[in-house]
Design a protein around this ligand. Sequence first.
Ligand SMILES: NC(=O)c1ccc[n+]([C@@H]2O[C@H](COP(=O)([O-])OP(=O)(O)OC[C@H]3O[C@@H](n4cnc5c(N)ncnc54)[C@H](OP(=O)(O)O)[C@@H]3O)[C@@H](O)[C@H]2O)c1
Length: 238
Amino acid sequence: MKTALVTGGSRGIGRAIVETLSKDGYHVIINYANNESAAKETLRAVSGKGELLCFDVSNREKTVEALANWASANPNEYIEVLVNNAGIRNDNLLWWMENEQWDKVIDTNLNSFYNVTKPLLKDMLSHKSGRIVNIVSLSGVKGLPGQTNYSAAKGGVIAATKALAQEIGRKNITVNAVAPGFIHTDMTSGLPEAELRKMIPLGRFGNADEVASLVSFLASGKAAYITGQVININGGLY
Ligand SMILES: NC(=O)c1ccc[n+]([C@@H]2O[C@H](COP(=O)([O-])OP(=O)(O)OC[C@H]3O[C@@H](n4cnc5c(N)ncnc54)[C@H](OP(=O)(O)O)[C@@H]3O)[C@@H](O)[C@H]2O)c1
């Protein structure tokens, strides 16, 4: 059975991706940082056909250590599908932004891409097979006021997606980014939905399952010739 890792797989979009990849037949490693009960619930939702791996993606040392421990405990397996999904937002206008708000958002959304992806590349390269899907955001495509930290982080991951796709395409590894607009999760629960809906051509927020279906496609053999792309899933909102 092939193995997939979903960072931030315990809640929201990540949880939907875990459930979908599990239905696709993957053994799914569900990463989370804090909320163990949500992670356990997600594991139950896939009928225990997966495993939990707790580490903070913004902490390079702990991330490398957790992935190395997993590899030594599973010498005959490798992570063939990586979904870099874990993320946070902490909005503020730039002139009011605290250093900590900037650093935490960049560390969790952008540096995490480096922390998680680099240790997994060696195995993908030696097996000449891999799929990397980075969950970015409309905010990283167009920039959103009040989110310079988040827009910078997601925009950085978009650029890294395009660069890495060119580095490793010859090894049959694809790297793509998925850029959601407004999706119903804890992250968007405090937003003024009725107001925001008016700007969205499809007139509604998206569901995590809809994002998961796109990730499932990009992880599959059907998407073998797609790499270095940013696929928007935003109800027509730009
Ligand atoms: N919802 C939207 O409208 C939307 C739109 C565009 C892009 N996105 C992106 O989609 C991704 C998922 O968002 P979401 O809405 O599903 O968020 P969410 O509901 O807040 O869930 C976030 C997930 O990430 C995990 N996480 C947070 N910080 C982490 C860390 N340092 N290390 C490991 N795991 C961590 C959380 O685990 P714990 O609970 O254990 O911390 C949780 O599983 C994010 O990258 C987000 O930026 C979301």
